[in-house]
Design a binder for this molecule. Structure first.
Ligand code: GLC
Length: 805
């Protein structure tokens, strides 16, 4: 593979050419503190929320470069030459370069003119900080006198202020504190959205050795007109001991090293944010000690190893295994921890969206049910008594107060159903959860939800009541055809003008509602609410009928109707004639009459299918349509305007797998797998993390380019697809279903999966080369009727033999 390869155990990606076509990123985090870091140490860090508490400067608007970052500069006092260990930003010619991206760490190593240097970046499991463990070795024959600088660019505070940089810098106070030998950075006040308070935080940058110089002022360190690519102090070998008061802040710490031939020296840099100088001093002290640094590194690696250890797959496809056993799980954890915010491509708006959180929480259940549960209960607490929901929340400032999205009430039910299937914990439905109250309830109108005021609790109700209120809201919030209103988005955020007048409808949302109503009916049955169950099924029946009548275009399902009642996703449209999600979800919701299934699959293949998977819609919009919104503003083939949107591609594959089409599911899965992209100069993105989308076929020249990696619902859905549908170890209310749907050429494969207090080692045999359908199921050598394993719950490992055919 160009630029690098996976380690033999698949747990690291090793980059040997740093000049990748995009920053190839990694995340180092303990969920309080997060460092976004590329193969050349580019990126930024934040504390708790990537918007409100951004520590380092990052301008994600620059897609073509991955600077600034956390840099180690090494300058030779005699020759005055310098290099940066991470290649960026100085880009000096190196003798060798290697970046090992791992789970919880990033090790960047390079060798330049007889100096071998290595930085291990990691975030300890239990402190709000990151450590840069730097080793420098003289591999030449002469004594070398070196200046080593640790360098970063502060942002300090709310990223909202990046656009008012002239003002944002005025309350910066950064100086070197001789006592702690640390640079301490503060702002006089701190913004947490609508809540301004005195800044309790201190940001610190320190090292394990006595420093010989420092700088806090960007211009003083770099020199006027310079960037981190030509820092004056590095080349002169002298920091200026500057402070920064209301100016552009950085932190640079200088160390003088004299290394004999063969001699090696180690220095640790500690960067973090915490409340109060005292705590900062404690953390710095702790990590000045090599023993503590080594122990913290081991603990961080172990934490991630444990988190990634449940569920193992073994198939004939090694790419599939490397991804599903390692990187996909890590990506799924990152999505769960940081939702859609901190990426290389935008600075992060902070917080967590409701729709994304439901899907993330559901897909992590088989790895860590308690983690998923906590997230889903948090989402439940965003529900108002009338079933509407705050669209998300931030851990620093609480529930979002902006407009709700119409689809939001339909996401939690499937996720809670997933939780109960995974754990059997039906009692969760009776758990009391607060209702949310905010100004809209008092002053707004239901049909025209505007911005909300601050929220407050409004008593409690059971989780089941919350789910019921949510689905009843969507069921009743319908327009002319009896189909739910689209408002300013369904799953598709870019349909932001289709229903502004509260007339437009979303067929997809009606379909999603049917799926949720049926799942909630099952849950009602589990807690013996038979009347409610009947009512929910009746509502599902009625909505199914409306979808199959008013939502049917002839050869496929419509996407919706806009405020002028003009259908979109219809053969009547010139552009955007067919949308993928209505087809895939109709199958997922089990609402397609038998004689239409082939029709919609054929339509999807004919109009949407392609070399890189199904496009989200076709043909792409080339003309702006104010009846739809920004979907029709984007360049054709990008994002919601007809990209191969990986998340939606996986919805489709889940639908194909549901139909038992193993070959097609797998073939289509391979098309978007990051480690199956052969032409990296076209694909450009990391080979180890899914992209949000691949640019679609209607783009004038970039079809197949990967865009916006890491934080995407693709991770969760792919994980569920791979483990629950392809390998078919699927949770259900009664137990574990064994229902693989594999490519016919796979003769054997295996999945080991924990389930309700036992572990199942499931060996799948496929002697007749079929795609789906169990002919024999044995558990611990004994034949089982059907394909359901009743939970053993005995803490033991059970061997399962499943023969297809
Ligand atoms: C992004 C959002 C997701 C949305 C999708 C389509 O991936 O995170 O919530 O459904 O875009 O607009």
């Amino acid at each position: 593979m160009k630029y690098g390869k996976f380690s033999d155990d698949g747990r690291e990606f090793i980059i040997t050419d740093p000049d990748t076509p995009r920053p190839w990123g990694n995340y180092l985090t303990n969920e309080t503190y997060c460092a976004v870091i590329s193969q050349t140490a580019g990126g930024y860090s934040f504390y708790k929320d990537s918007k409100t508490e951004r520590m380092l400067y990052w301008t994600g608007q620059n897609l073509h470069q991955g600077r600034p970052g956390r840099y180690i500069f090494i300058q030779d006092e005699d020759t005055k030459k310098a290099f940066s260990v991470s290649w960026e930003p100085l880009r000096t010619k190196y003798d060798s370069f290697e970046c090992r991206s791992g789970f919880g760490y990033q090790i960047i190593k390079s060798k330049v003119s007889g100096i071998e240097a290595e930085t291990t970046y990691f975030v300890p499991a239990d402190e709000p900080c990151e450590i840069w463990k730097v080793k420098v070795k003289n591999t030449g024959k002469k004594i070398r006198k070196l200046n080593l600088f640790g360098y970063l660019e502060w942002f300090i505070g709310s990223a909202d202020y990046q656009t008012f940089y002239n003002i944002a810098i005025l309350w910066n106070r950064v100086q070197f504190d001789k006592k702690t030998q640390a640079i301490l950075a503060k702002k006089t006040a701190f913004y947490e959205e609508f809540n301004i308070k005195n800044n309790p935080y201190v940001l610190f940058f320190s090292s394990s050795e006595k420093v010989s110089g420092w700088d806090c002022n960007k211009q003083k360190f770099l020199g006027y007109g310079n960037t981190c690519q030509n820092p004056q102090s590095v080349f002169s070998g002298k920091c200026t001991q500057s402070i920064c008061d209301g100016e552009e802040p950085i932190a640079a710490l200088q160390h003088k090293l004299t290394l004999k031939p063969g001699q090696e020296k180690e220095i640790f840099f500690i960067l973090g944010q915490t409340k109060g100088d005292k705590d900062a001093a404690r953390i710095i002290e702790r990590f000045r000690d090599k023993k503590n640094v080594e122990a913290a590194f081991t603990a961080a690696v172990k934490m991630w190893k444990n988190r990634l250890s449940p569920i193992k797959v073994e198939t004939p496809d090694k790419d599939f295994d490397v991804l599903v056993n390692n990187w996909l799980k890590y990506q799924l954890w990152m999505c769960n921890m940081w939702s859609r915010s901190p990426s290389f491509y935008h600075e992060g708006q902070g917080g967590r969206g409701l729709r994304d959180s439901c899907q993330d929480g559901e897909s992590i259940l088989s790895l860590d049910a308690d983690y998923g549960k906590a997230k889903l209960l948090k989402v439940a607490s965003l529900t108002r008594r009338d079933g509407t929901m705050a669209p998300g929340w931030s851990d620093t400032y609480g529930p979002y107060q902006n407009r709700p999205f119409k689809d939001h009430p339909t996401w939690l039910t499937p996720s809670i159903a997933g939780y109960i299937k995974e754990t059997g914990d039906v009692n969760i439905l009776n758990q009391e959860i607060p209702w949310l109250k905010d100004k809209w309830i008092e002053g707004g109108t239901k049909t025209d939800p505007q911005w909300h005021g601050p929220s407050a609790p409004d008593g409690e109700g059971t989780l089941f009541d919350h789910l019921l209120a949510q689905l009843n809201f969507t069921y009743n919030d319908v327009s002319v055809h009896g189909i739910p209103r689209v408002g300013e988005a369904d799953w598709n955020d870019a349909l932001d003008m289709a229903g502004r007048k509260q007339i437009g409808e979303s067929v997809w949302l009606g379909i999603a509602l049917v799926r949720a109503l049926k799942l909630l009916a099952d849950l009602a049955g589990l807690i013996k609410k038979e009347e409610i169950k009947k009512d929910l099924l009746e509502k599902a029946r009625i909505m199914t009928k409306r979808i199959n009548e008013a939502g049917w275009d002839g050869q496929w399902y419509l996407a919706g109707y806009n405020d002028d009642l003009v259908p979109f996703g219809s053969s009547k449209n010139k552009e955007g004639k067919i949308f993928l999600n209505s087809q895939s979800w109709a199958i997922l919701a089990d609402l397609v009459p038998q004689d239409r299934i082939k029709t919609i699959l054929d339509s999807a293949d004919k109009y949407l299918g392609g070399k890189f998977g199904y496009a989200l819609l076709a043909p792409a919009y080339t003309v702006f349509d104010p009846g739809l919104g920004r979907i029709a503003m984007f360049s054709q083939g990008t994002k919601e305007n007809a990209a191969v949107f990986c998340h939606a591609q996986i919805f489709m594959l889940a639908a194909l797998a549901k139909l038992g089409l193993g070959n097609k599911t797998y073939e289509e899965m391979c098309k978007i797998m990051p480690n199956k992209q052969k032409d990296i100069s076209l694909y450009k993105a990391e080979p180890y993390a899914y992209a949000e989308y691949l640019i679609g076929p209607d783009h004038p020249y970039a079809y197949g380019e990967g865009a916006y990696t890491w934080l995407t619902g693709t991770a969760g859905w792919t994980y569920m697809l791979a483990t629950e549908w392809i390998l078919g170890a699927r949770r259900d209310h009664e137990g574990l279903l064994i229902d693989p749907c594999i490519p016919s050429k796979w003769k054997k494969c295996k999945i080991t999966r924990p389930f309700r207090g036992a572990v199942y080692e499931i060996e799948i045999e496929n002697p007749n080369g079929v795609e789906h359908g169990i002919s024999l199921l044995e558990v611990d050598g004994k034949k089982v009727q059907g394909n359901l394993i009743k939970p053993h719950g005995d803490g033991r490992t059970h061997r399962v033999r499943a023969v297809l055919g």
